[in-house]
Every structure is written in C-alpha cells, then in structure tokens.
Design a protein around this ligand. Structure first.
Ligand code: PEP
Length: 249
C-alpha cells in the first residue's frame, strides 16, 4: 500500500484580481478549516507573481501552501520579465510549476529548459511541479508514451537526488481547459508508465498528479487509480467550492 499523500494544486493561470483573490482565498480557508479533520489531501495554489505577497499574507496561518506558475532557470541578471527561484523563495513559495503545456506551446520551452528550471528550483529549496503531456495529434498517432518518455528524459537525468525532490504532473494537452478529461483508465495507463520511469530513476514514490479538466464530479474516479496521487487543477481552482470538492474527493 502506497503512503503517498494526496496533493491537489490549483493553477490560477492569468486570472484573479486583489478583490477576487481575497474572496477566493478566504472562502477556501474557511472550507479547508471545516474539512480539515476528515481530509487527508494536501492543498496548494499557484498564483500570478504580482499576487504572491497577498496570497502569502492570507494563507500564512492556514494549511494551504502556495507557489508560482513558472520560474527562471537563471539566478539573476539580464533576463527581462523572468522571476528567479530566490525571489519566489523570499515569499515563502513552496512550489513552482515548470513545463506547463501553455509555456511549452506559447513560449517555446523545450524539455531541456524545463529540466534546468526544475534543477534551479530544487537548488533553491522550491519543489518543482514538472508537467508533461501529449497533444491530441500525438495521442491519435499512438505516440503518447513515447512523448512522455522523451519529455521526462532530461528531467530524470538530473538523478535520483533531484527527482526525489519533485512532483510530476501528467496533463494531456487535449484535456487542458477543454472540458475533455482523460478517462481514469487512459490516465492510469500513462501514470503507470511514468511510475515505471520513476522506478528506473530510483525515485518510485514520487507523486504524479493528473491535470486536465478535473472537477469535483470526476476527481474521485481518477484518484481511485493506483498511480494517480492527486490533481493539478486550472479552471475549477478559481471557485472555492469546486476546488475544495476536488480536495474532498
Ligand atoms: C492546468 O492549467 O494545469 C489545467 C489542468 O487546467 P484545467 O483544469 O482548466 O483543464
């Protein structure tokens, strides 16, 4: 029996305002306090950079941790628009999402860059949430497992020491923000493949989250699968009751 603690992370993407965040987080803290006694899942939110201080302030006495949605591979210097690990760490960030499919698609981030970002995060004491996933065309071409292996190759090559400080997230691109969810069986097939790669990397107990239109209604059937250890949640993380519903599942 696995001892991996369930983890549910909200990815707000480029959403929110000071007023909306205040409402969402205070609702979430209330729901979380009410559920805390019978809820085994760990909860986190990844907010846009300008709001990290606000998020840190509101969540400081709660059991909910927070993170950034990306981080630079570089320590400092002439990298306009980027945010370093040390900057995130100053806010008490626990997490940094790296390699989200929207970063890969719109910012040309390849798996080598993603691996360097993960390494930088670990070196600075932040847990990277490393995202991988295939496109619809790749799935239809029967290349899903091959794509996942190649996206993970430079990440796992960082070595067991590094990999045991990561969380991985399987997010099929065709399921993100589309309302389409991988069936529990489709997701488990990929999670089992990722688990086998983790075993080879000598990090068999790392948590592997599923992401892609997860909602309170479909979370329990996904979480029932052996290798699915929680969720990375976009849209549903913007509504406190929906997000808490997923955590309760
Ligand atoms: C995501 O952004 O990581 C995600 C899974 O989004 P959604 O839940 O909206 O599909």
């Amino acid at each position: 029996m696995s001892v991996r603690r369930r983890l549910v992370i909200g990815n707000w993407k480029m959403n929110g305002s000071k007023a909306e965040n205040e409402q969402l987080l205070s609702d979430l803290v209330k729901l979380q306090n009410a559920a805390a006694a019978n809820q085994a899942a760990e909860l986190a939110v990844c907010a846009p950079f300008p709001y990290l201080q606000q998020v840190a302030d509101i969540l400081k006495d709660s059991a909910i941790s927070w993170g950034g949605q990306d981080v630079s591979e570089h320590a400092k210097g002439a990298y306009t628009g980027e945010v370093s690990v040390a900057m995130l760490a100053e806010f008490g960030c626990a997490w940094a999402i790296v390699g989200h499919s929207e970063r890969r698609a719109y910012h040309g981030e390849g798996s080598d860059v993603v691996a360097r970002k993960a390494a930088a995060a670990i070196a600075g004491g932040i847990t990277p949430v490393v995202c991988v996933g295939e496109t619809q065309a790749e799935r239809e071409a029967g290349k899903t497992l091959q794509v996942i292996s190649s996206q993970l190759e430079p990440v796992l090559a960082l070595g067991a020491d590094a990999v045991t400080k990561m969380v991985l997230a399987y997010e099929p691109v065709w399921a993100i923000g589309t309302g389409l969810t991988a069936s529990p069986e489709q997701a488990q097939e990929v999670h089992a493949h990722i688990r086998s790669l983790l075993v080879q990397a000598d990090a068999p107990e790392q948590r592997v989250l599923y992401g892609g239109s997860v909602k309170a209604a479909n979370a329990a059937s996904l979480f029932a699968k052996e290798d699915i250890d929680g969720a990375l949640v976009g849209g549903a993380s913007l509504v406190a009751t929906d997000f808490q519903g997923i955590a309760n599942a």
